[in-house]
Design a protein around this ligand. Structure first.
Ligand code: CMP
Length: 374
């Protein structure tokens, strides 16, 4: 029941209940952690905290119950989801039972933050990026450690006698190296010899380089991951659109790479008559209506927006979504490339545009090997 309510919430645009409960709980915990509170305020905060805890306990029970019903209780008990559920519920009561003061025991409520990890899709993506980019990230980490150790040794040699309290040992010099390489620079340890300052300058430059590399690797990883993700989504849609069945797998892959997905709400005006058009659309799910006389409805597998690309460049009609729809958008440049590579696709689109009364241009098509020989 609770699971169903939470799933229904997730489908709406409302903030996740977990995010709301964790935020309320953490605010209550922060205020509660201050000693010497007024009795009424402390009681009110305790009630809020216990209610949050009760929600998480109930959710834990529901997860276990659902897993039991699906015959995967053992798998659930060994999963990270179960650990996160348990960490949200058990530590505070256990601490209270062991005699820890309430305002200290409730600090364990900060473990509720892990709940957010389970409902934040971006975190899963971050995890994937770290896994995918593990090799380059490890190389940069090794570089970081190398510079760190060499910098600490150099400064220990150069400044150890001059500033024994700061650079007298490698661990002491390492503290300076860490603050310098991370460009934090507290200023509590500063080289005073000219050579020491030269080394410090080099270490600072290396620090900037290392962080630049890390940022670049992670940014590339995110771009790659989202490209892969949208390719998989497009692929799933493209291969279920009947119109594309005429394409061989290589063609489908090419189109899946070119297209982007667009979810439109019911009533959205997708193209407006008279406006310039620079893309065409395939309906992967849902229904749209073309405001010609009489109006024409286009459902899954149909396409529209091709007439502007084949004719004057202006939209011949207004097209509106009459139900929530998933569209695959193909930009004009990609449309021409796809048409040149896949004559069957180009012919079908031209034929339909002609039937609708709009094809004035012929698409350039790649000649088949037989045509070339002749
Ligand atoms: P375009 O002119 O780019 O934008 C509006 C689209 O509506 C148009 O391309 C066609 O894809 C579509 N359209 C126009 N007339 C008809 C019709 N009679 N039947 C179906 N679709 C149409």
């Amino acid at each position: 029941m609770l699971d169903k309510i939470l799933t229904a919430f997730r489908k709406t645009d409302a903030p996740s209940p977990h995010a709301v409960i964790v935020t309320v709980g953490l605010i209550a915990m922060t205020i509660f952690s201050a000693p010497n509170q007024m009795a009424l305020q402390a009681t009110a905060l305790a009630v809020v905290l216990w209610l949050c805890l009760a929600f998480f306990a109930l959710e834990w029970l529901m997860h276990a119950w659902t897993a039991h019903g699906d015959g995967r209780l053992r798998g659930y008990c060994l999963s990270s989801a179960c650990v996160i559920d348990a960490l949200a519920v058990l530590p505070v009561p256990l601490a209270l039972l062991l005699g820890v003061l309430p305002y200290t025991a409730w600090l364990f409520a900060s473990l509720w933050l892990f709940k957010l990890a389970t409902v934040t899709p971006g975190l899963a993506r971050l995890g994937r990026v770290f896994l995918l980019e593990a090799r380059p990230l490890t190389s940069v980490l090794v570089l970081f450690v190398l510079v760190l150790v060499f910098a600490a040794m150099a400064l220990h040699l150069l400044e150890g006698d001059v500033q024994p309290t700061t650079f007298g040992s490698i661990p002491q010099a390492l503290w300076w190296a860490v603050t310098t390489l991370t460009t934090t620079g507290y200023g509590d340890a500063v080289p005073s010899t000219p050579l020491g300052r030269v080394v410090a300058g080099l270490v600072m430059i290396c620090g900037l380089g290392v962080f630049g590399l890390l940022t670049g690797i992670l940014a590339t990883g995110f771009v790659e991951d989202s490209r892969r993700h949208s390719f998989l989504q497009n692929w799933n849609l493209v291969r279920h659109v009947p119109f594309f069945r005429r394409l061989e797998p290589a063609g489908l892959i090419e189109l899946a790479r070119m297209m982007r997905q667009w979810e439109v709400a019911e009533g959205t005006v997708i193209v407006r008559r008279g406006r310039e058009g620079d893309c065409m659309y395939f309906v992967a799910a849902g229904e749209v209506e073309v405001d010609v006389s009489p109006p024409v409805r286009l459902g899954t597998g149909a396409f529209f927006g091709e007439m502007a690309l084949l004719g004057s460049g202006l939209r011949a009609a207004t097209v509106t979504a009459i139900s929530p729809a998933t569209l695959l958008v193909l930009d004009a440049a990609d449309f021409r490339t796809a048409a040149a590579h896949h004559p069957a696709l180009a012919d079908a689109i031209e034929k339909e545009a002609g039937r609708r009364g709009g094809a004035r241009q012929k698409l350039p098509k790649r000649r088949s090997p037989e045509t070339k020989r002749r």
